[in-house]
Write a protein that binds this ligand. Structure first.
Ligand SMILES: *Cc1c(COP(=O)(O)O)cnc(C)c1O
Length: 232
């Protein structure tokens, strides 16, 4: 049969709830093993490509912080959910085009992917127009991979300093996605050290496959998608 799908299949609400509980347990174990407090680690649930019903299931299970990597998708899902769940916090974690900066500034509580001077200019201009400025993280291309988002490591110090003087306390920390297929440890450690050097409190690193390692290396925010919502 060739019947068109009217809507995606309903989310596995019980599965999402159980996955969240399991991840919180794993966070606690990893934090304690590293001599850290579990409550010092914040879970960002990455809901990209997942339907609004899946996000709602996570919200009903008590998760309030979500990450999306496309502005348009975030715009389709989150303004509605905010009316139902006023505590909801939206993080934009994907590469951001300057022409999307104004939408991003209007929509997001945190932009984790500030990675170049022209984007900083666009965010500053958008903040002036919108009368609001999200918290900002600088994304560092810790593996200096061509084609990958993030400021190159050699430019990180000066870019961090510029953003600090421009955005003040709204510049909250650093973020990275280390190269696939490599030991992430040296990259995670580099990022944590660089954040400390600049007195930045937030270190956003670690995904489904490596969040425990990231916690061991000093992550304060972890960004987990697949382990909560299933494969994409
Ligand atoms: C998709 C994504 C994640 C989550 O990845 P999972 O492997 O699904 O946990 C985290 N950070 C960024 C920047 C992403 O794009």
């Amino acid at each position: 049969m060739n019947t068109p799908q009217q809507s995606p299949s309903p989310p596995d609400t019980a599965g999402i709830t159980a996955n969240l509980a399991r991840i919180h347990e794993r966070i606690a174990v990893a934090a304690l093993a590293a001599g850290r407090r579990p409550e010092d680690i914040t879970l960002v649930a990455v809901s990209k490509t997942k339907p609004i019903e899946a996000v709602r299931a996570a919200l009903q299970a008590g998760q309030t912080i979500f990450g999306e990597n496309r502005v348009q998708e975030a715009e389709e899902k989150f303004p509605l959910l905010r009316q139902e769940f006023p505590d909801l916090q939206l993080h934009l974690i994907g590469g951001l085009q300057t022409n999307k900066a104004r939408d991003a500034v209007r929509l997001a509580d945190v932009i984790e992917s500030l990675d170049r001077p022209r984007l900083a200019d666009a965010i500053a201009a958008a903040a002036e127009k919108e009368g609001r400025l999200p918290r900002l993280l600088i994304e560092v291309n810790v593996g200096n991979e061509p084609q990958k988002a993030g400021i190159p490591t050699e430019d990180a110090d000066s870019f961090i300093a510029d953003c600090k003087s421009r955005f003040g306390d709204k510049l909250a920390g650093l973020m990275c996605v280390p190269p696939a297929g490599e030991d992430p440890r040296p990259h995670f450690t580099w990022l944590a050290n660089r954040a400390a050097k600049h007195n930045l409190n937030i270190v956003s690193m670690g995904m489904s496959a490596d969040f425990e390692t990231a916690i061991a290396c000093g992550a304060t925010w972890i960004r987990v998608g697949t382990a909560i919502f299933g494969g994409r």
